[in-house]
Write a protein that binds this ligand. Structure first.
Ligand code: GTP
Ligand code: MG
Length: 250
């Protein structure tokens, strides 16, 4: 097995657990912090022992100031340690925070590029894509930095939002990819708003025994589809990163 030589080396924490870093990238108000919060709420319900940290740093208007971060684990070894920890970050999307974004991006093993599907946000999306292309275009193209594209706000009326096809146009206008075919399979359509509402509705069910197992954990089968879609990118990236990690080790 051949590891991608430009793939960021995976470090281990003080207990020897590999720690990988995934960054949510995208313009301000695209929904990065909302997506991270949904991931945290779901993890806390389904696998609370694997939630290590959750921190949001916001200005008074609710926009991210420096970054948000969360640390989660995957599985459990015989020694009671997770097989892997993943560190999720969001960048602050406001254009003036370019310096912070560069710092947050450093050392990433995977990227979730959040695109705001609201039509009026075309230029903001384009700016954000051009910036990531400047910072990491080569790594995205070579596969050294695996990525997914989260097209958010699909709850908006059709006439107010762009489609996955138009994301292709946005990507090519921004110079992010020369192969739209590759990018197309990486687009996941989501609505963080719908996911948040579906989670709230689920938790407000009066009969808790219907939704939790004997250990008090949320049953996987009651997870709303809208929520599955939001966390799909993170889950897929982790799988891709584990494959890279195994290649690095062999
Ligand atoms: N209609 C709609 N609104 C959403 C959706 N997801 C998030 N929002 C709203 O968009 C606004 C911005 O969301 P955030 O998650 O704070 O955006 P962000 O990308 O973290 O923004 P910065 O921190 O400034 O980079 C909030 O009012 C959210 O409620 C969605 O799927 N649909
Ligand atoms: Mg934010």
């Amino acid at each position: 097995m051949q590891a991608n030589s430009n793939f960021e080396v995976i470090k281990r924490d003080h207990q020897g657990v590999p720690v990988v870093k995934i960054v949510f990238w995208g313009p301000t108000l695209a929904g990065k912090t909302t997506a991270l919060t949904i991931t945290k709420v779901l993890k806390s319900l389904e696998d609370p022992e694997n939630v290590y940290k959750f921190l949001k740093l916001e200005d008074p208007t609710g926009r991210t100031l420096f970054f948000d971060q969360a640390i989660f684990g995957v599985g459990k070894t015989a020694a009671g340690l997770p097989i892997l920890k993943y560190h999720l970050f969001t960048v602050p999307g406001q254009e003036r925070h370019a310096g912070q974004r560069k710092v947050v991006l450093r050392g990433a093993h995977g990227l979730i590029v959040v695109v705001d599907s609201e039509k009026s946000r075309w230029e903001e999306n384009k700016f954000s894509l051009q910036e990531i292309n400047t910072l990491a275009g080569d790594k995205l193209a070579s596969g050294a930095l695996p990525y997914h594209i989260m097209l958010n706000k699909m709850d908006l009326p059709r006439e107010q939002r762009i489609s996955s096809l138009e994301v292709g146009k946005l990507l090519s206008e921004s110079g992010v990819t020369t192969s739209l075919r590759d990018a197309a399979v990486r687009i996941v359509e989501v609505s963080c708003l719908e996911a948040r509402d579906d989670l709230k509705a689920l938790l407000s069910k009066s009969d808790r025994s219907m939704i939790v197992d004997a250990n008090g954990r949320l049953k996987k089968e009651v997870r709303p589809l809208s929520v599955t879609r939001v966390i799909k990118s993170v889950e897929s990236l982790i799988r891709e990163i584990i494959i890279q990690m195994m290649k690095q080790q062999s």
